[in-house]
Ligand binder design. Structure first.
Ligand SMILES: Cc1ncc(COP(=O)(O)O)c(C=O)c1O
Length: 405
């Protein structure tokens, strides 16, 4: 394993902490914090803040960088505070008819549930489909079996489509079991049937490039793999789909909104057709300064280099786990899923017969060793990103084998 694509020195990570939890919260590069400090300094002197460079230019630069981290076009980017607000713009802008249905995999993160459930009063229903045999969620989540290597989530979704299904809403990478769905395969099949694929992309953005062919919308917050502070994310929409969505109705979503030679009260204007059509107003410029620096940090080595690095860390970690009798079976399941390109940037370890309660003591032991991992719905999550390195693997090895490190 060579040098990590992201120099660990770009962050302020303390030597006594091993942060394998960007699936919860990504560390923010020091450059992003400096950008915020610089911006605040200028806010003390408002005459230093310029309309074209800052209020217009900064969000435009952020949209461009957002497009680059997912391999898309800047015109199709809408700046939104969170994943939920991006999905909400789609859910509330779509021209529903009473009786329409949204289909989702069982056990989505709530950001991808409540925007759809909020449509109940308009006669739109929300239905969930299990993705494998033994898949459980909700009150039964801890009794779920983990996804087997032979899992075929796209087939399960396609089989469950109903005649009133208008939207399939799903996570690219699932927050608890880490399963990655094949967006290209689903998008193509759904497009043929006139159904929109709407994606919660937060658990994959920043560590892989999504295949957006056939996808109608892709929403993400910035605070995980994109390494930004919480509160600034984006929504990507396919151009033809976007024109079917009602605009948010803010003053920056109309043409020539900032042409000050024209009276602002002249409202003989069309809605813009690019991603700004769906923006909820002027984005937080403070958040934008940090987001831009975070995105530029990722774009320096590029997402493919980060993805390849994460993959080699995952392979090495699973090889270590495979050598431990207690974890051999789980390491084999995950390795098989990895080989089938079914995993995002974190490995979600299922405790099997030991039961979900066993994960807490493991987590506590890790915390005593300065290793910050997370548990969600019966899985222990170990997330790798572009700054992790060989020495981090040694610490994880010592943790799992119960030896000193
Ligand atoms: C799959 C998934 N979606 C969304 C979120 C966050 O949503 P939001 O950006 O709306 O806070 C998380 C984690 O916090 C998540 O794991």
């Amino acid at each position: 394993m060579g040098l990590p694509p992201l120099n660990p020195g770009l962050f302020n990570l303390a030597a006594d902490h091993l942060w394998v939890s960007h699936c919860s919260e990504g560390p923010v590069p020091a450059a992003s914090v400096r950008a915020i400090q610089d911006w605040l300094g200028r806010e003390l002197r408002p005459w230093k803040v310029r309309w074209n460079e800052d209020a217009v230019g900064l969000p435009a630069a952020v949209r461009k960088a957002c497009a680059q981290v997912i391999g898309a076009e800047a015109e199709d980017i809408t700046l939104t505070p969170t994943t939920s607000s991006g999905l909400g713009a789609v859910a509330h802008g779509y021209p529903w008819r009473s009786g329409d249905e949204v289909l989702a995999p069982l056990g989505e993160f709530p950001s991808n549930i409540w925007p759809w459930k909020s449509l109940a009063a308009r006669g739109v229903s929300f239905r969930e489909v299990p993705l494998w045999e033994g898949h459980r969620a909700g009150a039964q989540a801890l009794a779920s079996t983990p996804p087997p290597p032979s899992v075929d989530p796209e087939a399960a979704i396609l089989k469950a489509l109903g005649i009133r299904t208008r939207v399939v809403a799903l996570s690219w990478v699932r927050f608890q079991d880490g399963l990655k769905l094949d967006l290209g395969r689903l998008g193509a099949q759904l497009q043929d049937r006139g159904i929109h694929l709407v994606v919660d992309g937060i658990q994959g953005a920043g560590t892989a490039l999504p295949d957006l062919t056939g996808v109608s919308a892709f929403a993400t917050g910035g605070h995980k793999g994109l390494l930004a502070p919480q509160g600034q994310g984006f929504l990507w929409t396919a151009p033809t789909f976007r024109t079917t969505l009602a605009p948010q109705g803010t003053w920056l979503s109309v043409e020539a909104c900032d042409d000050w030679s024209r009276p602002s009260t002249d409202h003989e204007r069309d809605w813009v057709s690019d991603g700004r059509r769906l923006e909820p107003g002027v984005p937080s410029l403070l958040a934008c300064t940090a987001f831009l620096a975070s995105l530029q940090t990722l774009l320096e080595p590029g997402i493919p280099a980060i993805q390849a690095h994460v993959r080699s860390l995952q392979e090495a970690f699973l090889a270590d786990l495979n050598a431990l009798p207690d974890w051999k079976e789980e390491a084999e399941r995950l390795r098989d899923l990895l080989d089938r390109d079914r995993l995002g940037p974190f490995l979600a370890l299922h405790p099997g017969e030991r039961g979900p309660a066993s994960l807490q003591s493991l987590l506590d032991d890790g915390a005593e060793r300065g290793i910050d991992a997370t548990v969600r719905e019966g899985y222990l999550r170990i997330a790798f990103h572009g700054w992790h390195q060989e020495a981090d693997l040694a610490r994880l090895r010592a943790w799992f084998s119960g030896t000193a490190n």
